[in-house]
Design a protein around this ligand. Structure first.
Ligand code: FAD
Length: 575
């Protein structure tokens, strides 16, 4: 049996990235199909534990932030990160992070004063992914195809023809679409079919990971509760993460370089050592969740009408909690550009911006997290037995390790730079003005309106978030209401580019810098100036991709040449 259907966009993969992309596209009026191997409602694995502030800003725009914020740990459960000799042992340091009940009003803690309407949210994937799935499935513009495997595709200048297989009746499905997007995870079939390869470091760290039920653990944990416990001792280092805040926990046992098999270390011994409990302690293994930390970025995110997002495009060790969150940023970036081409106000050339913007960021983030992983691996190997001694020698060793652990760990637990600091430096659709982008690290950043940066967030005088005032498409933010904008408005209307003008009424307009700032649909700055440009039409054409010089030709021959080059690239990795 062969069934044929069509849609505007086909997304392969209903993980967090595919679902966010589908919801964002539907929000922009695009018809979407999402195919996934899993059955509807089949739970994800328990791996991902935090939604970044930047992703929560995206979910706020999509009307989902409150529902997501209400999920996960009990409202009053502290989100602190405590380093201890073992989970039940002596505390070395603590990073204070508010519970979700206190999150919005909090002003104490290293991430409490971030300039955002949506602080980060500690919540496991088993709680938030079903919310995304239910919301996507309820959208009239989204059709979910569960238990359906993507197999292959062909494309020409106008469309893509994808071939999928229905698991239940074995039927072959042919889906014609304008765009195909692979959000199908690290082992992505779409990536393989476009001939892209992962490059980088295939193994940074192996982790023996176990999801357990241990109702008695809470009563054995001394002092204030924490969301995550780092166990630092010379026998076995690991983390214990609260999943439901009552009885379920995820335990990561960080294997040493010479422990090349997941089972090379006795799992039960490792769990008891990380927790600091004896043989009498009872727990049940719910699932083994072993994983490998990698640093891999695809050498291409695209073949003409076919794109990669999320883990299909990049994989790295989840320090900073920024794997999925980077994929959500990919989705927010690609969604508006695809919607713009389908709506007709942007040419296909705008899509060159996706890879030009997102691939360098993926590469940079992958290096931040790998460098961080190497530092933390070194720290774990150097822990002396003194930290468990009673008395002044032990106290001094614990104080020293506590200081070092705090300095290192706060960078990943409160990674402001990964959230807000990244900028698009070489985009064909951004009007640069010569000012340098402020440097950022994993932890630190400087809000800026230099074109390419995330627009600085600020609260307006009516207590609204600036981001809530922005339109779904381009927004021209005007600090001085007497400033002329009629030329830009006319140029946008001529090109049918949707544009909202927002007059900013705030005592903090200084963070906007220029009198006029053009903000993109994904909240990045496209252009700024104190007055209208001499040729507003040139500006509008630039930001809608009509002045971009395509980075690649769309003809089949040049693609064949590129694929050939890729196959010859050394150091590629297949997973
Ligand atoms: C231990 C651990 C902790 C982590 N913690 C965090 C964290 O705190 N924060 C964070 O941001 N990231 C974290 N990550 C990373 C995060 O889990 C991933 O980046 C994220 O799940 C990627 O989402 P995705 O939607 O791109 O891919 P996936 O979640 O892998 O989803 C891919 C989907 O595609 C489907 N699929 C695959 N092949 C096909 C096919 N041929 N046809 C149809 N469907 C297909 C699969 O069934 C799946 O549903 C963590 C990772 C690990 C291992």
């Amino acid at each position: 049996m062969n069934r044929a259907i069509d849609t505007e966009v086909l997304i392969v993969g209903a993980g967090p990235v595919g679902l966010t992309l589908a919801i964002d596209l539907a929000w922009r009026g695009v018809d979407v199909m999402v195919a996934d191997l899993r059955r509807a409602g089949e739970p994800p694995s328990v791996k991902c534990n935090s939604i970044s502030a930047r992703s929560m800003e995206t979910f706020r725009r999509l009307g989902l932030a409150a529902r997501l914020r209400a999920a996960g740990l009990p409202p009053d459960y502290p989100n602190d990160v405590a380093s201890r000799t073992t989970a039940t042992g002596i505390e070395l340091c603590r990073i204070g992070i508010p519970s979700r009940a206190e999150r919005y009003g909090a002003n104490d803690g290293p991430d409490a004063l971030w300039p955002t309407s949506e602080p980060p949210h500690r919540v496991n994937q088993i709680y938030f992914e079903p919310i995304l799935f239910a919301h996507a499935a309820a959208q009239p513009r989204i059709r979910m195809l569960n238990r359906t495997a993507f197999e292959d595709f062909t494309q020409d200048g106008d469309s893509v023809m994808a071939v999928l297989r229905d698991f239940d009746d074995g039927a072959r499905l042919s889906i014609a679409c304008s765009f195909l997007i692979g959000c199908d995870g690290g082992k992505s079939t779409v990536r393989k079919r476009i001939g892209a390869s992962f490059l980088g470091t295939p193994v940074v760290q192996r982790v023996q990971s176990t999801y357990i039920r241990a109702p008695a653990l809470v009563s054995r944990l001394p002092g204030k509760r924490a969301w995550m416990y780092f166990s630092l001792n010379p026998r076995r280092c690991g983390t214990t993460i609260a999943i439901d805040g009552r009885e379920t926990w995820l335990i990561h046992n960080f294997l040493y370089r010479d422990e090349t098999e997941f089972e090379s270390v006795d799992r039960d011994w490792a769990i008891r050592t990380i927790l600091g409990v004896g043989p009498d302690f009872e727990y049940e293994v719910i699932a083994k969740e072993d994983w490998v930390g990698r640093r891999l970025v695809a050498d291409s995110f695209r073949d003409r009408r076919v794109f990669l997002c999320g883990d299909a495009a990049h994989l790295w060790i989840p320090h900073g909690g920024y794997g999925m969150n980077a994929g959500i940023a990919d989705a927010a970036n690609l969604s508006w550009m695809i919607a713009a081409t389908l709506a007709g106000w942007a040419p296909l050339a705008i899509l060159d911006a996706y890879e030009a913007e997102r691939r360098p960021i993926a590469d940079e983030m992958s290096r931040f997290t790998m460098d961080f992983a190497l530092k933390i691996i070194k720290q774990r190997r150097e822990i002396s037995a003194e930290i468990e001694l009673p008395g002044p020698v032990g106290d001094a060793a614990r104080a020293r390790l506590g200081r070092e652990a705090y300095e290192l760990d706060v960078q990943q637990q409160c990674c402001g730079g990964l959230n807000f600091g990244y900028f698009y430096a070489r985009s064909p659709i951004i009007a640069y003005d010569g000012e340098s982008h402020p440097a950022y690290t994993m932890h630190d950043f400087t809000p800026s309106t230099v074109p390419g940066c995330r627009a600085p967030h600020l609260w307006l005088n009516d207590h609204r978030s600036l981001y809530d005032a922005l339109g779904p498409d381009y927004t021209l933010v005007r600090v001085d209401p007497s400033g002329h904008v009629s030329g830009i408005i006319e140029a946008a209307a001529r090109r049918r580019l949707p544009l909202l003008v927002v007059d900013v009424d705030t005592s903090d307009a200084r963070s906007i810098h220029a009198r006029l700032t053009l903000i993109r649909p994904d909240q990045h700055v496209a252009w700024r100036c104190d007055e209208e440009p001499a040729s507003p039409l040139e500006l509008i054409d630039l930001v809608r991709g009509a002045r971009a010089i395509p980075t690649e030709s769309w003809d089949d021959q040049s693609h064949a040449n590129r694929s050939q080059t890729r196959r010859l690239t050394p150091r590629s990795t297949t997973i």
